[in-house]
Design a protein around this ligand. Structure first.
Ligand code: PGA
Length: 255
């Protein structure tokens, strides 16, 4: 695991975006794993800029989301399919086609079956080449909350109270409006991505980052499963890195 520390989130996002731009220049029809939440926003802004300036096109790419809420109406702006459309899809974004964006079907009559279908679709696409990840304050990745099976496949999960509170800001601050369930790639599914770029910003993430980078592997901190992955790069701002301690093997990237 390579750990890079930047002075701020914007610089970290730009560095992660540069990896994606280079990868899709080499392999325009590759498979990108995409995340939602606040963390990838600076990265996505850089991808849009790269598309606007001709340095990137995801027109031939496929993208697979990590997760989706169960039960949000099709037009709901916080449905992750709609969030990712707004960030990435179309010629005024990154060139990604709507048909190239894959998200779990949170409105399926049988969400468990939709989860299994989604896992199969990722494999049928050849797997994820490059996965963008955030991390929850409780160490979750995707919606794999503490205790999740380390070899888990895409499944229906319940959101913890903390995660629902964390996400209430996207629902007008009203906890009852935050969905209770999701379909999420499992930790086993996520770890099949060939390369992983994990981003974490702000002091709220510092404890989760400390476990990720320097803690014992434990289901109590789901992201620690990534310690066994052969190609993970972690992009931090200074606040997210502040609990790592003086002996941590990190690289400080100068402005
Ligand atoms: P955030 O969420 O980017 O909104 O902080 C990250 C996550 O929960 O994975």
């Amino acid at each position: 695991m390579r750990v890079l520390v930047f002075s701020d989130a914007d610089r970290a996002g730009a560095a992660a975006a540069a990896e994606i731009i280079a990868a899709f220049r080499d392999t325009p029809d590759g498979v990108l794993g995409v995340a939602t939440g606040s963390t990838p926003e600076p990265l996505y802004a850089r991808l849009r800029y790269a598309h606007a300036t001709g340095a990137l096109s995801l027109a031939a790419a496929r993208a697979f989301a990590l997760d989706e809420y169960v039960g949000l109406p099709a037009e709901h702006p916080q449905r992750y399919r709609n969030v990712l459309r707004a960030e990435l899809v179309g010629d005024h974004r990154t060139g990604l086609r709507d048909t190239g964006l894959h998200t779990p079907d949170g409105l399926a009559a049988d969400p468990h079956r939709a989860a299994a279908d989604y896992d199969r679709d990722i494999r049928a696409a050849g797997g994820v080449d490059l996965q963008i990840l955030g991390i929850g304050a409780n160490g979750h990745i995707g919606f794999n909350e503490p205790g999740a099976a380390t070899a888990g496949r895409t499944h229906v999960g319940a959101l913890t109270e903390q995660t629902r509170r964390d996400n209430a800001r996207f629902f007008g601050g009203e906890l009852p409006r935050v969905p209770t369930h999701c379909i999420t790639q499992g930790l086993g599914t996520i770890c099949e991505a060939r390369r992983i770029l994990l981003l974490a910003f702000g002091a709220r993430k510092a404890e989760a980052v400390r476990h990720l980078v320097a803690g014992e592997p434990t289901p109590a901190w789901p992201a620690t499963v990534l310690q066994a992955h052969p190609s993970v790069t972690v992009f931090l701002d200074a606040a997210a890195a502040h609990s790592l301690g003086p002996d941590a093997a990190v690289e400080f990237v100068e402005d």
